[in-house]
Design a protein around this ligand. Structure first.
Ligand SMILES: NC(=O)c1ccc[n+]([C@@H]2O[C@H](COP(=O)([O-])OP(=O)(O)OC[C@H]3O[C@@H](n4cnc5c(N)ncnc54)[C@H](OP(=O)(O)O)[C@@H]3O)[C@@H](O)[C@H]2O)c1
Length: 216
């Protein structure tokens, strides 16, 4: 059976865990504060989700990265070799702003009202930079384009919530697709990381934050 780990238990990681739990999918979730800090979440999700260390979550066959962009390098550089395992890149290249910082009220920042600021990647697409941080892993981008308030409900309004995913390795994409389907989402393949990743990446991808429901 494919094992799943989640690194990061904030808005993204916890809501993916909730969605997986509803479908009875097992996963190990982790954060910076250690497994005991996750007891309330585990009580809520039930026994298919277990709390672990970052190293335990990172040892799974499929590992969701649910970290803020600014923390990626520090966390990922400490992890053991990926050996062809699958990373789901759930991140977006944005900086979270402190509400007291001058950036939070910067009229030149179109995202200030959302408490975030885009990080300039030049011409690069974000998963290429993530791929550089996880050498030997097969990166699939998913879970990054929806607001977390809807993520934990793969089924809604009489249909299935569309989850976009993209990647450069078709077998890895197939594994992630199976997880998305089992969780109850309607997975839509957007192609390669360069094409699909850009389409669905927040904040400026044209499919970012678009919340489609597939009605049967
Ligand atoms: N929020 C959204 O609506 C949304 C939607 C889609 C994608 N995303 C993307 O998802 C990513 C995470 O966003 P978020 O909103 O979930 O952020 P968040 O709520 O701040 O959660 C970040 C998580 O990262 C963990 N973390 C930080 N440093 C760590 C370390 N050294 N080792 C292990 N874990 C560490 C934190 O641990 P602690 O809990 O111990 O502090 C926390 O659980 C971002 O890239 C964001 O752009 C967010």
């Amino acid at each position: 059976m494919t094992t799943i780990g989640i690194i990061g238990s904030g808005a993204l990681g916890s809501n993916v865990a909730r969605a997986l739990a509803k479908a009875g999918i097992r996963a190990t979730i982790s954060n910076s504060r250690g497994p005991t800090s996750l007891s309330a979440l585990i009580e809520e999700t039930g026994p298919t989700i277990t709390a672990g260390t970052v190293e335990e979550a990172a040892s799974a066959d499929v590992v969701l990265i649910a970290l803020r962009w600014v923390d990626l390098k520090q966390v990922l550089s400490k992890l053991p070799a990926w050996n062809n395992r699958i990373i789901i890149d759930g991140t977006n290249p944005v900086e979270f702003l402190d509400s007291q910082s001058p950036d939070a009220n910067d009229s030149a920042n179109p995202l200030a009202a959302y408490g975030i600021k885009a990080i300039d990647l030049g011409n690069q697409y974000s998963s290429a930079l993530v791929q550089d941080l996880v050498p030997g892993a097969r990166v699939v981008k998913a879970f990054n384009h929806l607001g977390v308030e809807v993520l934990a409900e793969p089924q809604a309004s009489g249909g299935q919530r569309v989850q976009f995913y993209s990647g450069d390795d078709s077998a890895a994409k197939g594994e992630v697709r199976k997880i998305l389907e089992t969780a109850g989402y309607f997975p839509v393949d957007l192609g390669t990381l360069e094409v699909g990743g850009r389409l669905a990446s927040l904040p400026f991808g044209p499919l970012a934050a678009i919340n489609f429901i597939k009605i049967q």
